[in-house]
Design a protein around this ligand. Structure first.
Ligand code: PGA
Length: 253
């Protein structure tokens, strides 16, 4: 089932200092002046933890939303040096949190931890952008669907409110490489992901499914006919207001 609303979510990763807010300010001015905004699409940017609070405060009553890139798997407060819990993220006025990015999976996030991150984030009324994706080996050995299904089933549960979950399909071989999936493959994979989600949530859900991996202002035109894709998780191109705005403009052109 296709959704009407589109999401353009920027993941800054380890980029940005306080003055980088000017990039977001320009993006915000663009979306504010764009009549399609809010009716047709939403914009979320996830800067690093160091900037989340000040940016969330600045954009509180403005158009774009601010998210965090990760959270700790335990909630509340605890003796966990360097950790930031979903409760703490919610407390600073943030609405979204990315969970399960392949950068974090490769550094030790297990399915058990990810399930706990998703659950604790939802309990704190955060919207979760849950990332899944196969690596190159999985792809060549035709294991993509199996891997995606396992990643989804191990972390998402019928008890969760699917309306607060956004799934981002990000093939690892495509992140930061300039390689994007064939449109037909991407369509099939997105439909498969939606089927798995429907089975978990035991109803025809309208869970939002995004694509992420090397999306830019040029290749976005290849995605716009794929109606099942509800938006994009954008890394590199979200660090420049020009590139990010080009993605939105060219998507609707
Ligand atoms: P990319 O990153 O757009 O730079 O490929 C996407 C992501 O990692 O979320």
């Amino acid at each position: 089932m296709a959704n009407n609303m589109r999401y353009f979510i920027g993941n800054w990763k380890m980029f940005g200092v306080p003055k980088s807010i000017s990039i977001l300010d320009k993006i915000n001015k663009f979306v504010k002046s764009d009549k399609k905004f809010n009716k047709k699409y939403k914009v979320v940017i996830a800067p690093p933890y160091t900037l989340v609070q000040s940016y969330a405060k600045f954009f509180q009553n403005k158009q774009i939303s601010i998210g965090a890139q990760n959270c700790y798997h335990k909630d509340n407060f605890g003796a966990n040096t360097g950790a930031i819990s979903p409760l703490m993220i919610k407390s600073i006025g943030t609405e979204y949190v990315i969970v399960g990015h392949s950068d974090n999976r490769s550094e030790g996030d297990t399915d058990v931890m990810l399930k706990s991150k998703v659950e604790n984030s939802l309990n704190n009324k955060l919207k979760v952008v849950f990332c899944i994706g196969e690596n190159k080996d999985h792809k060549v050995s035709n294991k993509t669907f199996e891997i995606l299904e396992t990643q989804i089933k191990n972390a998402l549960d019928v008890r969760f409110n699917f309306k607060d979950i956004i799934v981002a399909y990000e093939p690892i071989w495509s992140i930061g490489t300039g390689q994007i999936p064939e449109p037909n493959d991407l369509l099939k994979t997105t439909i498969f992901i939606k089927k798995v989600l429907n089975n978990i949530f035991k109803k025809k859900t309208s869970t939002v499914v995004l694509y992420g991996g090397s999306v830019d202002g040029k290749n976005i035109s290849q995605f716009k006919k794929l109606d099942e894709i509800d938006g994009f998780l954008i890394g590199g191109a979200s660090k420049s207001d020009e590139n990010f705005i080009d993605i939105i403009k060219n998507y609707y052109r």
